[in-house]
Structure formats: structure tokens, C-alpha cells
Design a protein around this ligand. Structure first.
Ligand code: HEC
Ligand code: HEC
Length: 239
């Protein structure tokens, strides 16, 4: 993996200028400009082979935009992306986010999880009921009943590979190593979960078939919106 990443870094440094808006007169379509991104974030094809690179096509635009700003501003860490995004304006990142949000995507086939019935029950409780004793809202209260996310800035939980889910939870729980340097609702929730619960969630979710639509903007209960305000405050993007 190390060799692969350094090879990519070399390619990307060469391509980085392609991401920046071209001077007038030069052929300048978004399709051209996002080429460096597609080296890593390809399609379902790539995801199957290497789950390390998350899908970005079809995710909510506001969510993608927030992540691009996080990488650029050092709140989420992945060096190759930080290099690519270094000099991009908010405006331009919003265009890139809109572009990927509108790209079609073929999801990978569900992978059946091997969980005990107790683990399954605990996962389903977390997903659809939460745990008031720990002040844990149901995942579905924010990610939508269908777990397909909520416009404009909450991503869906389906069609994500196990390795990616496990890595994101690791990042939130270890506080700021990979993401969530600023306290936010998702790192707060991840820290309240037991490691066994995280493991079970990361196995269970990839087993669910992707279906349904993201919930409409505005469906978030005010107290939950309040909890996520550091994230949602930057949600200028609408779709
Ligand atoms: C060298 C490979 C590579 C390149 C090139 C790359 N990315 Fe990424 N990207 C990644 C990896 C790996 C992650 C996951 C990092 C993490 O989990 O923190 C990621 C994460 C993301 C995320 C967050 C996804 C999510 O679901 O939270 C977005 C959005 C994104 N990239 C957009 C882009 C865009 C736009 C470009 C082009 C300007 C780009 N990436 C170029 C490897 C790359
Ligand atoms: C209070 C609202 C809220 C609740 C409850 C919540 N989430 Fe989230 N979740 C968010 C927000 C907001 C984001 C986007 C984070 C960001 O932009 O950095 C997110 C992001 C995620 C992501 C990242 C997806 C991706 O594409 O990278 C995963 C995975 C996730 N949540 C899982 C869960 C699980 C599992 C639960 C239940 C145990 C849960 N969330 C409960 C608000 C919530």
C-alpha cells in the first residue's frame, strides 16, 4: 500500500494543476478537472478491489463539500488529498461536490455478515431505536429511516465497505487522528459506542441491500440538528 500511495502521489503532484480552474481559452470542463480524483475514486469496480478508497459518486453534495473543506483545512487527514485541495476555493470545491453528487453509481453486492443473534439484535436497536440511557439517538434519526442519508449533508450508511466503516469509526473514536478534530455529533456518538458494537455495525451495514432514497432536507429533528451544528453550519450546498 505504501508503494502504491507514493506512486499515486507522484502522479497527483503532476496532475494537481489540472484540478485548479484553467485560464480562459483552455478547454476547461469539470470532467477534465476531476481526472486526478478519479485515479482513486473510480467506480464500483475499484471499490470491490480495494475498499480503502471510498465511493464519492452519488453521496449528498453538502456532505462531500464539507469533507473537501475538512481535508483542505486539516480537520480530516489524508495527505494526497490535502495536496490536491490545498489551493482550491470554497466555491470551486462546491462545484466539485455537486459534480460527484450527481454522478451515477452501481453499488457493490451486499456481503452477508456472520453475527450472532444477540449481536444482530444489538445492532438493530442501535440503528432504529438508539439507547436513551447513553443519550444515543437512533442512527436512523439522522441517517434517515432507509439509512440512505438526509439531504444536504448527512451521508447514507448503505453500500459502504466494511474496511471503510471500521476505519471511520476508528478515526472518530481516536479523536482527531483521521477525522473529527473539532467535537461533532458523529465523533461524540462513536465514542459512546462499545468496540464490540462498532465491530458489529461495520459488519452488519455492508450486508444490507442498497434501496430507497435519502430523506429530504428539513427532516432532522431540531435537537439533533443542534447536536450536529458544527457540521451542518457549513451546509450552504443544496441539491
Ligand atoms: C491518492 C488517492 C486519492 C485521490 C487522488 C483523491 N482521493 Fe479522495 N479520498 C481518498 C481516500 C483514501 C479517502 C478516505 C480517507 C479517509 O477516510 O479519511 C478519500 C476521501 C474522500 C472524500 C470523503 C468521502 C466520504 O465518504 O467521507 C471525498 C469527498 C473525496 N475523497 C473527494 C476527492 C476529490 C474531489 C478528489 C480530487 C480533487 C480526490 N478525492 C482525490 C483517496 C484519494
Ligand atoms: C445526531 C445525528 C447523527 C446520528 C444519531 C448518527 N449520525 Fe452518523 N453522521 C452524522 C453526520 C452529520 C455525519 C457526517 C459527518 C461529517 O460530515 O463529518 C455522519 C456520518 C456518518 C458516517 C460516515 C459515512 C461516510 O460516507 O463516510 C458513518 C459511517 C456514520 N455516520 C454512521 C453512523 C451510525 C452507525 C450511527 C448509529 C450508531 C450514526 N451514524 C448516528 C449524524 C449522525
Amino acid at each position: 500500500m505504501k508503494f502504491f500511495v507514493s506512486l499515486l502521489l507522484t502522479m497527483i503532484t503532476g496532475l494537481a494543476s489540472a484540478v485548479e480552474p484553467a485560464s480562459p481559452g483552455i478547454s476547461d470542463t469539470l470532467d477534465e478537472r476531476v481526472k486526478p480524483c478519479i485515479i482513486c475514486h473510480r467506480d464500483a469496480d475499484r471499490i470491490d478491489r480495494d475498499a480503502y478508497f471510498p465511493r464519492i459518486a452519488g453521496k449528498p453534495a453538502g456532505y462531500l463539500y464539507n469533507q473537501l473543506r475538512n481535508f483542505r483545512d486539516g480537520r480530516r487527514f489524508y495527505q494526497p488529498m490535502a495536496i490536491l485541495l490545498e489551493n482550491l476555493s470554497d466555491e470551486y470545491m462546491r462545484e466539485i461536490a455537486e459534480y460527484f453528487a450527481s454522478q451515477p453509481y452501481t453499488y457493490p453486492e451486499p456481503v452477508a455478515p456472520a453475527l450472532s443473534s444477540t449481536e444482530t439484535e444489538s445492532v438493530e436497536t442501535l440503528l432504529y431505536s438508539g439507547d436513551p440511557e447513553r443519550d444515543l439517538p437512533a442512527c436512523s434519526a439522522c441517517h434517515g429511516e432507509a439509512l440512505m442519508g438526509m439531504q444536504p449533508a448527512i451521508p447514507g450508511l448503505l453500500g459502504l465497505p466494511h474496511a471503510y466503516l471500521a476505519a471511520q469509526f476508528g478515526g472518530w473514536r481516536n479523536g482527531g487522528i483521521m477525522r473529527g478534530q473539532i467535537p461533532d455529533c458523529m465523533s461524540e456518538i462513536a465514542k459512546k459506542l462499545a468496540q464490540e458494537e462498532v465491530n458489529a455495525l461495520a459488519l452488519w451495514l455492508p450486508g444490507l441491500p442498497v434501496s430507497g432514497q435519502p430523506a429530504e432536507a428539513g427532516a432532522l429533528a431540531p435537537e439533533l440538528a443542534q447536536r450536529c451544528q458544527t457540521i451542518l453550519a457549513g451546509k450552504e450546498v443544496s441539491r
